[in-house]
Design a protein around this ligand. Structure first.
Ligand code: ZN
Length: 93
C-alpha cells in the first residue's frame, strides 16, 4: 500500500509576519503547518529563513551593513554571513 497525500490537506503559504519582518508560514484556516491564531486573522506557523527558505524554529535579524536591508536568517545562515575574524582550524598546544 502506498502513501497518498490527502488532496484536502492545506498547504500554508509563506508570508511576512510584518513589513520588513521575518517570513512565516501562514494559512487562512488552521492546519498542521500553521496553527497559532493571529490577531489580524489567519494562523501562523514556523518562521521561514530568508537564506535557505526552510521553516525553522527561530530566525535572527541580520543586517550586513548600515545601508543593508535587514534579513531574517536561521542560525546556520546567520553563521555563514558573519565575517570570519578567526581562521578555521585547530592549533596544536
Ligand atoms: Zn537558513
Amino acid at each position: 500500500m502506498t502513501y497518498e497525500k490527502n488532496p484536502n490537506a492545506i498547504q500554508p503559504e509563506i508570508k511576512a509576519a510584518w513589513v520588513g519582518g521575518p517570513d512565516r508560514l501562514w494559512s487562512a484556516v488552521r492546519c498542521s503547518g500553521a496553527s497559532s491564531p493571529q490577531q489580524n486573522g489567519g494562523f501562523a506557523g514556523s518562521y521561514v529563513c530568508h537564506g535557505c527558505q526552510v521553516p525553522v524554529a527561530g530566525v535572527y535579524r541580520v543586517k550586513a551593513g548600515p545601508q543593508a536591508q535587514e534579513r531574517w536568517l536561521c542560525a546556520a545562515c546567520r553563521h555563514e554571513t558573519r565575517p570570519q575574524s578567526v581562521k578555521p582550524g585547530k592549533r596544536k598546544p
